[in-house]
Design a protein around this ligand. Structure first.
Ligand code: FES
Length: 168
């Protein structure tokens, strides 16, 4: 049984219809988007299902997930803070910001806070090098950049998210 094919049959058909018959493998990105939409990450099973739909290997699909920072193969907190600490951002203090932010949250890079609200990750260039320290937060519908950050401004934002989550 191919769960992606069954659950999203109409969407999958629509996506595949946009690509020439001999280039169906190019549909891997939108199919990954569908797979990730519900839970915020793509499972091994999802990757296998997508590979089967496109006639490629699971390794091909996994390599796409591994390459792009907007695809994830692990469950994370409700908000995934992806801090750029690539060289230009590092020169503007991104590493210190990242360390201090994690210290304030009581986690290490790559970990999730105990309340499950925030995960912090380090990523490569997000094309906002002159606005470091900066991070992106991805939801199902949008990607929001938070630029010129301080640990204080980010913790304030985290406090707001925690309040919102507590109300749910
Ligand atoms: S190096 Fe960080 S956004 Fe470009």
């Amino acid at each position: 049984m191919n769960a992606i094919q069954e659950k999203y049959a109409k969407e999958v058909k629509g996506i595949l219809g946009k690509y020439p018959h001999d280039q169906q493998r190019s549909a891997v990105m939108p199919l990954l988007y569908i797979a990730q939409r519900e839970d915020g990450y793509v499972t091994r099973q999802d990757m296998g299902d997508i590979a089967e739909i496109l006639g490629i290997s699971s390794t091909d699909v996994a390599s796409i997930v591994g390459f792009y920072t907007l695809y994830h193969d692990q469950q994370a907190g409700k908000y995934r803070i992806q801090v750029c600490n690539d060289l230009p951002c590092a020169l503007r203090g991104a590493d210190q910001y990242l360390d201090q932010l994690c210290e304030n949250l009581g986690i290490h890079v790559g970990e999730t806070t105990e309340d499950g609200v925030v995960t912090v990750e380090a990523v490569m260039c997000l094309a906002a090098c002159d606005k470091a320290p900066m991070f992106q937060v991805q939801s199902n519908t949008e990607i929001v950049y938070h630029e010129d950050q301080t640990v204080e401004s980010t913790m304030k934002l985290v406090g707001k998210w925690r309040t919102e989550e507590a109300k749910k």
